[in-house]
Ligand binder design. Structure first.
Ligand SMILES: Nc1ncnc2c1ncn2[C@@H]1O[C@H](COP(=O)(O)OP(=O)(O)OP(=O)(O)O)[C@@H](O)[C@H]1O
Ligand SMILES: [Mg+2]
Length: 462
């Protein structure tokens, strides 16, 4: 069982990209080191072989000199003398009948002379009490009167070193391959365990645990970068999911009471069986309720659309001054009716990129609040200025204001403060203002107007 698991794991490692890359690299590295070693070996070997041949040639030149001066006898003497002293040289001088005249070989080696006069042969060399077979290389000459001369050098040492070097190279190559394979396996296992961690996390997340995050090793490598990217994405998804759940909860919760109210009103009407006039009242009240519900749905849709950013493509350069002025004028009669003074302080020619209907709606929502929550006799101000950092819109009133602790919360959907329960409303106005500001990359700030509320929307510079 355990062996089966180990095998599956090994199989998985072998199939990783990291291992394949390590393998490819190993093959490339192995081949190039093999080529380099072979090149070094052959050039060094060739150099040493050439040196041996040069030595033999020099020796022959000396002997030829002697032969020219004093003939076969002189040659015999010098060969005999050199055979005594030179351990690594090989000499043999024989008569036409094959009798040994001088030299350090017992008999003529059994080798065919090559056309260029060079011979490679083996001979027995006495070492202490025994003899060793040594390889040698030399030249063969037929002299006047059919005397035969062989001059050569013992190359046994060179051959042995060559064999040793060749063997070492093979071992070195084998070691390189083994170490490379082990290294590749370790590297791939490390990689695989990190990828597995990512896979485990994504499985947990798919199973419903949105709070899980991919582990970051802290090495800052590409896997870490991938992990932190994934984590950012997960955080964003979690935020969106939470927001969506909240909206669904809110919608379900806040739309239930008007629907329940409508239902019980109709039920009571049916049970009591009143006259036509009462039915009329119930129906018109129900229509009013339905209208309010529809309006709420519309508001919710508008907010959702603004938040999704799907309308961002409709942005165009627009005259902010005219827009604010236009909306402000629409609210003048309402303000007057409530006994409020509406002040305008709108700088001309202020422009910004934006979506006209959404911006108008946002300004309208702010003015609606200012007028709705300000006390009679108070006043409301709409100001638009072109600041250095971009246009700034301010809507302020002298009403009760919003406590600092609540200023964040009132931006959420359906949030209405207890103090304002007496006024009609669904708690969606500021949510839309917030969504519109976000969509336009503007900053929304709620602050104290001492007394009252002051809302500032700072647009980015055009
Ligand atoms: N100018 C203001 N002065 C005092 N309180 C305010 C002001 N504007 C908003 N608020 C408070 O913030 C809450 C949320 O405002 P928002 O505009 O989102 O909803 P609403 O006005 O109650 O309803 P809707 O705008 O959807 O008709 C209000 O219910 C009120 O309690
Ligand atoms: Mg409002």
């Amino acid at each position: 069982m355990a062996r089966g698991i180990a095998f599956v794991r090994l199989n998985k490692i072998l199939r990783t990209t990291a291992f394949r890359m390590a393998l490819g690299y190993l093959a490339l590295f192995g081949l190039s080191s093999l080529a380099l070693m072979a090149f070094l070996f052959w050039t060094t070997n060739g150099l040493i072989a050439r040196q041996t041949d040069d030595t033999i040639r020099a020796e022959i030149t000396g002997l030829a000199e002697q032969y020219r001066r004093s003939g076969t006898t002189g040659l015999r003497n010098i060969v005999a003398e050199r055979s005594q002293n030179q351990r690594s040289s090989v000499y043999l001088l024989t008569t036409p009948t094959g009798r040994l005249l001088a030299g350090n070989l017992d008999s003529w080696p059994a080798v065919q002379t090559q056309p260029d006069g060079w011979v490679d042969f083996t001979f027995e060399r006495p070492v202490g009490a025994t003899t060793e077979t040594h390889r040698a290389r030399g030249r063969h000459f037929s002299l006047r009167g059919d005397f035969q001369l062989l001059v050569g050098r013992d190359v046994q040492e060179r051959v042995e070193i060559g064999a040793r070097v060749r063997q070492s190279l093979i071992w070195a190559l084998a070691l390189t391959v083994v170490l490379g394979l082990i290294g590749g396996l370790l590297m791939s296992r490390n990689m695989l365990s990190r990828i597995d961690a990512i896979n485990r996390t994504s499985r947990d997340i798919m199973a419903g645990d949105l709070s899980r995050r991919v582990p970051v090793a802290g090495t800052g490598d590409e896997l870490d970068r991938l992990a932190s990217q994934l984590n950012q994405m997960l955080a964003q998804i979690e935020r969106l999911m939470t927001a969506m759940r909240q909206v669904t909860d809110n919608v379900a919760h806040d739309l239930r009471s008007p629907l329940t109210r409508m239902r019980s009103r109709m039920e009571v009407a049916l049970m009591e069986g009143p006259g036509v006039a009462d039915y009329r009242d119930v129906l018109s009240a129900s229509i009013e309720d339905s209208d309010r519900l529809l309006k709420t749905f519309n508001e919710l849709l508008k907010i959702a659309r603004a938040e999704s950013g799907s309308e961002a493509a409709d942005m165009k350069e627009l005259d902010l001054s005219a827009l604010v002025q236009g909306v402000g004028e629409l609210y003048e009669p309402v303000a007057e009716e409530k006994g409020l003074t509406l002040h305008f302080d709108i700088a001309g020619g202020v422009t910004s990129r934006g979506i006209e209907p959404l911006l108008s709606q946002a300004v309208a929502n702010l003015l609606d609040n200012a007028i709705k929550y300000a006390d009679a006799g108070g006043n409301a101000t709409v100001r638009l200025t072109a600041e250095e950092n971009g246009p700034v819109l301010m809507v302020a009133d002298t009403g009760p204001g919003i406590p600092a602790a609540e200023r964040e919360r009132v931006l959420e959907r359906f949030v209405r403060l207890d103090a304002s329960r007496s006024e009609a409303g669904s708690g969606l106005g500021l949510s839309l203002v917030d969504a519109v500001a976000r969509l336009h990359g503007a900053e929304l700030v709620l602050e104290d107007n001492n007394p009252g509320l002051r809302v500032l929307i700072s647009f980015a510079a055009p």
